[in-house]
Design a protein around this ligand. Structure first.
Ligand SMILES: [Zn+2]
Ligand SMILES: [Zn+2]
Length: 434
């Protein structure tokens, strides 16, 4: 062996020890990842092949509960319809934390061509649909089950307690139903067991596999729906002066509403979006209709800006309509609040994430306009939510089929990274490191 090769070989051998002394990846994380990798992949494929829609996660919950029981845990089932919760009691005194994974799939017909692709069909809003884990929640469930198994194996020396939260219905609810994180909290999931911190992850097509994206403060948007009804007075299209035209009033209203973001929201503070997604009014060419109905979405990152936009939209609608002699009623249906990572907690846990994939592979992503009900847990206790890359090397994440696409394709490396990251974060927190 040439001298130079020998030297680099020696360096290579010395590296893991150096990295650990430097606060690198814990050896027990490495061991658990090696031991559980195959199992986590297998579990994820099973969940992938058996997706279930929001608030219908019957088989999924049963499988999760069965796995937890096999680990010697006593899962509580039926939490917020199909949620499953279990607590791992460490043998040593220490803090309480919660780890959350969402479990539901989407009304998307899978087109990945994977051997374990979903062939499941269901009914959604009265229509037959394919069902697919197109958001990658299958990976979240399998990852958390892997972390659970690793933690149980080291239970005797584990300081503190870890609550595992398998949450249903993240993707939104069938009309009239309750569920998801909000219902779990309403049912008191954090009432008896109040964690000091809550952690969660999401596999993300916009991030390359092997990398992690996280930021302190706002990460994902609040998503709220609005509905505006403009009332005029019906008349013959040939004699508009005999009626009140809600179509012209609505056109004006939509134009004026553009100034809410461009002229009133403090965009130097945080971005915001107001989008009209549908407008419906009238039936034929020569009838001025009685009313027009519009729906849209509001995205914000700051609670104050969110409340201000609600007020501004209602104000613009009311007064623009009034200027036309019409009236407008605005109804806001609040969705998920902004997902805000606790800045101190995120700064503290950053080295744990860096230890897993290397400092160069952890970066601050741009704000995400999508919403996530992890935000509800993170409103109760300090939380950190991070993205785990799922797009294979050699594919540009900017061009990869996004989450929710029928072609969303998860690189299973995300399972390994996810398991290591969540485990490292948990252990560092429980041991008071970081
Ligand atoms: Zn989703
Ligand atoms: Zn999701």
């Amino acid at each position: 062996m040439p001298r130079r090769a020998l030297l680099s070989f020696a360096l290579l051998l010395a590296l893991p020890a150096l990295a650990h002394a430097d606060g690198g990846q814990r050896p027990e994380v490495e061991a658990a990842a090696q031991r559980l990798q195959g199992k986590v992949v297998e579990m994820r494929r099973w969940f992938h092949e058996h997706p279930e829609l929001s608030n219908q996660e019957v088989q999924t919950a049963a499988k999760v509960a069965e796995r937890l029981r096999a680990l010697g845990l006593k899962p509580q089932t039926g939490v917020a319809v199909h949620g499953v919760v279990a607590v791992i009691e460490g043998g040593q005194p220490g803090p309480r934390i919660a780890l959350r994974a969402d479990m539901d799939a989407l009304p998307v017909t899978e087109a990945t061509g994977l051997p374990f692709a979903s062939r499941v069909r269901a009914e959604y809003r009265g229509e037959p649909v394919g069902v697919m884990h197109a958001c990658g929640h299958d990976a979240h469930i399998a990852t958390l089950l892997g972390v659970a198994e690793a933690l149980v194996a080291m239970k005797k020396d584990l300081p503190g307690q870890v609550m595992l939260v398998f949450q249903p219905a993240e993707e939104g609810l069938p009309p009239g139903e309750e569920g998801g994180a909000a219902l779990m909290l309403k049912e008191g999931v954090f009432a008896d067991f109040k964690p000091e911190a809550v952690f969660g992850l999401h596999v993300f097509a916009s991030v390359q596999a092997g990398r992690i994206a996280v930021r302190g403060g706002p990460l994902m948007a609040a998503a709220d729906m609005f509905e505006i009804t403009v009332k005029g007075r019906q008349a013959h299209g040939s004699t508009p002066w005999l009626g009140v035209d809600p179509i012209v009033a609505s056109a004006d209203l939509i134009g004026s509403a553009q100034t809410i973001v461009s002229r009133r929201a403090n965009l130097a503070q945080q971005p915001a979006v107001v989008t009209f997604g549908a407008i419906k009014g009238g039936i034929r060419n020569n009838i001025i209709p009685d009313q027009v109905n519009m729906v849209g979405t509001i995205r914000t990152f700051d609670e104050g800006m969110r409340q201000q936009i609600f007020k501004d939209l209602s104000n613009v609608a009311e007064h623009t309509a009034a200027a036309h002699g019409a009236s407008a009623v605005t109804a806001i249906q609040e969705g998920y609040p902004a997902t805000v990572n606790d800045p101190a907690l995120t700064a503290r846990m950053l080295p744990s994430l860096q230890a897993v994939v290397g400092a160069d592979n952890v970066y601050e992503p741009p704000l995400q306009m999508g919403a996530e009900d992890f935000s509800m847990f993170a409103r109760e206790v300090p939380g950190m939510f991070f993205f785990v890359g799922s797009t294979s090397e050699g594919i540009d994440p900017a061009k990869a089929p996004s989450n929710h696409s029928p072609q969303f394709l998860l690189d299973e490396k995300a399972l390994d990274v996810g398991l290591r990251a969540l485990l490292q974060v948990s252990l560092d927190y429980l041991h008071g490191a970081g």
